[in-house]
Design a protein around this ligand. Structure first.
Ligand code: FE2
Length: 376
């Protein structure tokens, strides 16, 4: 095998670094060091970043094999000192081999790790004529020699540019995600989190998840019509979250529900209120979830609340909930349809539903802009 094809063979694993997805910069660096340890048949390895101006080392990662010796420190910054096994390679700006070392590879400050390094190579990594990192491998049963330095040179030439490019991409991604997060308002974060919680229901009850999204659109329209902020009713996104505690075979039952099953489904309002009872927000989220099946005349559940004892947000959700539930098919019955849904709301205006809210909903339907397409 000639030198060129030998190098290609030796470095192929390192080009593979670019094809992997890494959850963190730490994982990427550890993968690189582990690869170097395996390829050199070493027992342990490490990687420092190095500040050429301050003469400061920053211990970034140990090989996974080094961790078997006990707890080790990471991200430890300190000045390079003569006693350290890698200091000569820094001062000479060249790889250093030591085959009869009695030095202890200790972790300063913590003193948690104390294992002997019997032989090692310390390999400085240069960029723009500055040392930027120090790679080390050690404790191979056989001595290291110049061939190992040649191999390390190939691994670093091939692998390090890939590592630094991936690190920069990761940093850029994290920076832009961080900026994106900082630019969001509390309301936006809350709504996004609430949508995620609502989506959890989809895993076991697809109907409810779609229903909640529809109800959220309608409640936002009603809220705007009433001059309220749409965010105020964002609890509509998860108004049925309590169904997560109801057995899936009941939620997805295709036939009519038995009386006991209906009683169980009705518990979802109280379960939902309980789930959000400790979350303190400017809006009464636990009440709007727990009261969305209450009715103005006291005929609702779970507590038979009447009139304005039911919070406004729950009265809004009640109207949106009724319209969507009657307009779309459910697992256990065909939908009466949107005309019947609207007449139910108008017939129940004052008695069962807040007239102020029903009138606003009728306006929303007339304008059609907010919920157009949902029930086409
Ligand atoms: Fe409900």
């Amino acid at each position: 095998m000639d030198i060129l094809s030998d190098q290609c063979f030796e470095s192929s694993d390192f080009t593979g670094l670019a094809l992997r997805k890494y959850l963190s910069s730490h994982d990427l660096l550890q993968e690189f060091v582990d690869l170097v340890v395996r390829k050199t048949n070493s027992e342990v390895g490490f990687l420092h970043f190095y500040d050429d101006v301050k003469g400061e080392l920053d211990l970034k990662v140990w090989s996974g094999t080094a961790l078997t010796h006990g707890p080790v420190a990471h991200n430890t910054r300190y000045q390079a000192a003569p006693s350290e096994i890698w200091t000569n390679s820094i001062s000479n700006r060249a790889p250093e081999i030591e085959n009869q070392s009695e030095k202890t590879c200790m972790v300063r400050q913590t003193k948690m790790t104390d294992f002997k390094v019997t032989n090692y190579i310390s390999f400085p990594i240069l960029a723009d004529n500055k040392i930027v990192a120090v790679l080390g491998v050690g404790n191979r049963p056989t001595p290291y020699d110049a061939t190992d330095i040649e191999k390390l040179d190939v691994y670093v030439k091939v692998g390090w540019p890939i590592v630094t490019k991936l690190l920069k991409t990761k940093d850029d991604d994290e920076h832009s995600l961080s900026l994106e997060f900082q630019n969001q308002s509390h309301e936006e974060v809350l709504v996004a989190m609430t949508q995620a919680i609502g989506k959890a229901l989809e895993l076991r009850d697809e109907y409810t998840s779609h229903h909640q999204s529809n109800v959220a659109l309608i409640t936002a329209g009603i809220a705007r019509q009433l001059g309220l902020s749409a965010e105020r009713c964002f609890g509509s996104l998860i108004h049925d979250i309590g169904k997560i505690a109801i057995p899936a075979q009941i939620l997805n039952k295709t036939g009519p529900l038995l009386s006991a099953e209906l009683d169980m489904v009705r518990l979802h309002a109280e379960f939902g209120r309980e789930i959000f009872s400790h979350l303190h927000l400017p809006w009464p989220i636990a009440d709007m979830i727990g009261q969305h099946h209450e009715r103005m005349d006291g005929s609702g559940y779970p507590n038979g609340l009447k009139g304005r004892d039911i919070c406004l947000e729950a009265r809004i959700i009640a109207v949106a909930d009724t319209y969507d539930a009657m307009s779309g098919d459910r697992p256990y019955r065909h939908a009466p349809g949107k005309n019947k849904a609207l007449s139910t709301l108008i017939d129940g205006r004052v008695t069962r539903y807040d007239p102020y809210v029903v009138d606003a909903f009728v306006e929303v339907l007339k304008n059609g802009t907010d919920i157009q397409g949902l029930y086409a």
